[in-house]
Write a protein that binds this ligand. Structure first.
Ligand code: MN
Length: 268
């Protein structure tokens, strides 16, 4: 094994000033040298982004007391691409994204900037892990990220020792509470998120309609073996994800429809 400690890129989707980012970066320092490159603003729920039609700026900043960081006007996945393509040296070995202040479960992974940053690492063939905290809804005051940060650092050490298969990324969700309150680690599958979105239609002061996707806070189905189920039982949830979204068990079914490109096919 390479004796050199891994160069860790830490990013997030909440912006470089978010406290979860600093907590994660600090916790990872004993694992290897850390470079922080995070967006200059909040990109939560921005999905997987590649900025191609405008230049990206990068500038140095500080997070916390004297913790050097880089920031950019790009998206979380841009941060990962910039760093991996050679913006930082030495070469990045692993990408850790977070800590997001809310859980990323079920279908959330397609919306989440935290998770799509780890996806960008997987595309580049590097190990990536997204870290999210299942903070209670309506929590008042600053969140305590210490347990999630400690768990992330402990797991990343072990994961790097094992080696993560190419194309796989990890989605880590940690229950809210002190380290001692965590009941254990569960390797899970994606559960089912229940969104309760509702379209709000209003009028602007000039009489034109505008729309807002509102509604209630989403819930989820806490089935055993799922990410939701693990958190509901007080377990840390670790879900291996892949970018191959093919519905492999449905290929034969769609094949059996006998779809055709000629006119006869459209009327058959
Ligand atoms: Mn976020």
């Amino acid at each position: 094994m390479d004796p050199r400690p891994p160069h860790i890129l830490v990013t997030n989707d909440d912006g470089v000033a978010a406290p979860g980012l600093l907590a994660l970066a600090r916790a990872l320092l004993p694992v290897g040298p850390v470079t922080v490159l995070a967006p200059d603003r909040n990109w939560s729920a921005s999905g997987h982004v590649k900025t191609m039609h405008r230049p990206l700026r990068v500038w140095p900043t500080e997070i916390g007391a004297d913790f050097p960081a880089l920031t950019t006007d790009g998206a979380p996945s841009d941060c990962v691409a910039l760093a991996i393509l050679g913006l930082v040296e030495p070469a990045v070995d692993v990408v850790v994204s977070g800590i997001n202040p809310h859980a990323n479960l079920g279908h959330d992974v397609t919306y989440s900037g935290t998770v799509t940053a780890a996806m960008e690492a997987a595309i580049a063939g590097l190990p990536g892990m997204a870290v999210s905290l299942d903070s209670p809804e309506g929590h008042d005051g600053p969140l305590d990220y210490s347990a999630a940060a400690t768990v992330a650092a402990r797991l990343i050490r072990q994961i790097l020792a094992h080696g993560l298969p190419r194309g796989i990324l990890l989605n880590l969700n940690v229950p809210y509470g002190p380290l001692e309150s965590l009941r254990g680690l569960a390797v899970t599958r994606q559960g089912l998120r229940l969104y309760r979105d509702a379209l709000v239609r209003r009028q602007d002061p000039r009489g034109r309609p505008y729309y807002w996707i509102g509604g209630d806070v989403p819930s989820g189905v806490a089935d055993p073996g799922t990410d939701f189920g693990a958190l509901a039982s007080g377990y840390v949830s670790l879900t291996p994800l892949q970018l191959d979204l093919t519905a492999h068990d449905r290929l034969a079914e769609v094949e059996s429809w006998g779809l055709r490109l000629d006119e006869a096919g459209s009327t058959a």
